[in-house]
Write a protein that binds this ligand. Structure first.
Ligand SMILES: C[S@@+](CC[C@H](N)C(=O)[O-])C[C@H]1O[C@@H](n2cnc3c(N)ncnc32)[C@H](O)[C@@H]1O
Length: 458
């Protein structure tokens, strides 16, 4: 991940932080092995230990970027209009480019960087080619993702990066000549390392926090550190605030200290950070065909159409609606499929019509089955040619994400089978009273099962 002199780069970073009034817990060690770098405790730590305290002047903030770039205010204004969610990240990217951070990261330690932040840049990882944004355009890895949720994310990210690059070039004009490769690297550093902090007292800004960003992402029992920004207090005379990271639970000697990057699904972690968690959240997306509505439509069809778009939350008119579904997301999808299949029946939100319920579950199961058939298996991805280290890493992560998506779709198919099995009993050919009662019992069992599903798949 970084060069052979990695420990010396980290030592230089820590010295720079301490020289500028920052504090790093003496028991914290940055350890790198087999391309993995993280922060470990080399002795046990009690809860509430201050793990690091980084003064505001060492943070690379949006405000600093805006003030330091000759085209900062124009870039902010244009980005906020065209891509508001990326504006802060783009400003930080532009500052890294202006500071020649990519060159500093590759240069021998102590050379090639004039910036105040040079010790930070020199400790950043250089090798990030396994991240999907870096894959060459025609690379076989793209084909291996065909039909997957990950493919949608990767395409969307590459598209938005292209737009951001054009915007930056147009705003930077003569002030900064921007190379695509350098832009990509800086943008990737920013999206994989920036915090969102209330540094100016109220609104949150994207910020790079040297050293704190060396902690990897963990969840559940692994999560041992939390952080925040503390504004200046009277006793901190001369210091306008600092980033503070604290240990939340006792840490054992030798344990890695993780922070959280937020509650993200594995495909999102892969696109933004280049890795997936072993016990991560999986997700899929399915394409639902919305019900049509024209001047010949019946009142019921109109109602179904209106209900569908009310539930979908979008503007009517699209031919397909892509719905993201995680383990519990089927609950949002089912009402949409009821509305999409309402036809002659009423477009109801709840499961009150056996026929409509059967149609909705059958559509659900079919969508999931089609999803499974579209996806490449993880084993096939791993069997592909992987001549370089970054391809091996990328292929392994893709294989994991694909296997998880297939497993999720299969799980949904089994839910569909269970529901359809109960519903079948509710619609069995009937005649006498006895049969009607048994149908009602089946439907009521179906409703009970539905309730159970609702409470177990959270
Ligand atoms: C904020 S940095 C963390 C420090 C980073 N490991 C380093 O050496 O600079 C985020 C990057 O760390 C790596 N990372 C973070 N959490 C990880 C995890 N749980 N497993 C594997 N890699 C992780 C990914 O490469 C990610 O892009």
């Amino acid at each position: 991940m970084s060069s052979a002199d990695g420990p010396a780069r980290i030592a230089a970073l820590e010295t720079w932080i301490r020289e500028h009034g920052g504090r790093i817990c003496e028991a914290a060690s940055v350890v790198e092995a087999d391309g993995y770098r993280g922060v470990f405790a080399h002795e046990g730590l009690p809860a509430d230990t201050d793990f690091c305290r980084i003064p505001l002047k060492l943070l690379i903030t949006e405000s600093l970027a805006e003030a330091s770039l000759p085209f900062g205010p124009e870039l902010r204004m244009a980005a906020e209009q065209l891509m508001p969610s990326a504006a802060g990240l783009l400003l930080l990217t532009a500052l890294l480019l202006q500071d020649s951070a990519p060159q500093a990261a590759k240069a021998p330690l102590g050379t090639g960087a004039q910036s105040f932040f040079a010790p930070y840049y020199q400790a950043l990882p250089v090798e990030v080619q396994h991240m999907p944004a870096f894959w060459p355009a025609e690379h076989w890895l793209h084909a291996s993702l065909r039909g997957s949720h990950l493919e949608r994310l990767v395409k969307a990210r590459r598209h938005s990066l292209g737009l951001e690059f054009s915007l930056l070039q147009s705003q930077a004009g003569k002030h900064l000549s921007v190379e695509w490769e350098d832009f990509l690297w800086c943008r990737c550093m920013v999206s994989s390392r920036a915090y969102s902090l209330p540094v100016d007292g109220s609104s949150h800004q994207r910020c790079l926090v040297p050293w704190a960003d060396l902690l990897n992402h963990g969840q559940g029992d692994h999560l041992l550190a939390r952080y925040g920004f503390q504004s200046a207090r009277d006793e901190d005379e001369g210091c306008p605030g600092h980033f503070l990271m604290r240990i939340t639970r006792p840490v054992a000697e030798g344990q890695e200290v993780f922070q959280t990057y937020g509650d993200k699904t594995n495909p999102t972690l892969f696109v933004d950070y280049g890795f997936c968690l072993q016990q991560g959240r999986s997700i899929t997306s399915v394409n639902v065909i919305p019900p049509t509505c024209d001047e010949h439509s019946t009142a019921v069809e109109r109602e179904a159409h209106a209900k569908f778009w009310q539930l979908a939350g979008g503007r009517p008119g699209r031919r397909t609606l892509t719905v993201e579904v995680d383990e519990s997301g089927w609950r949002r999808l089912l009402p949409l499929l009821r509305a999409a299949n309402a036809g002659e029946g009423a477009a109801c939100e709840g499961p009150c019509d056996v026929r409509l319920e059967t149609l909705a579950w059958a559509a659900f199961r079919k969508l999931c089955q089609e999803g499974v058939m579209r996806l490449t298996s993880g084993e096939d991805v791993l069997r592909s040619q992987q001549p370089s280290a970054w391809e091996i890493l990328a292929a392994e992560t893709c294989a994991q994400a694909l296997q998880e998506e297939i497993a999720l779709l299969r799980f949904f198919m089994s839910l569909g089978d269970r529901a359809l099995c109960c519903l079948e009993g509710s619609t069995a050919p009937s005649s006498p009273e006895e049969s009607r009662l048994s149908q009602e019992a089946s439907f009521s069992e179906y409703l009970t099962q539905l309730e159970q599903l609702r409470s177990t798949t959270t």
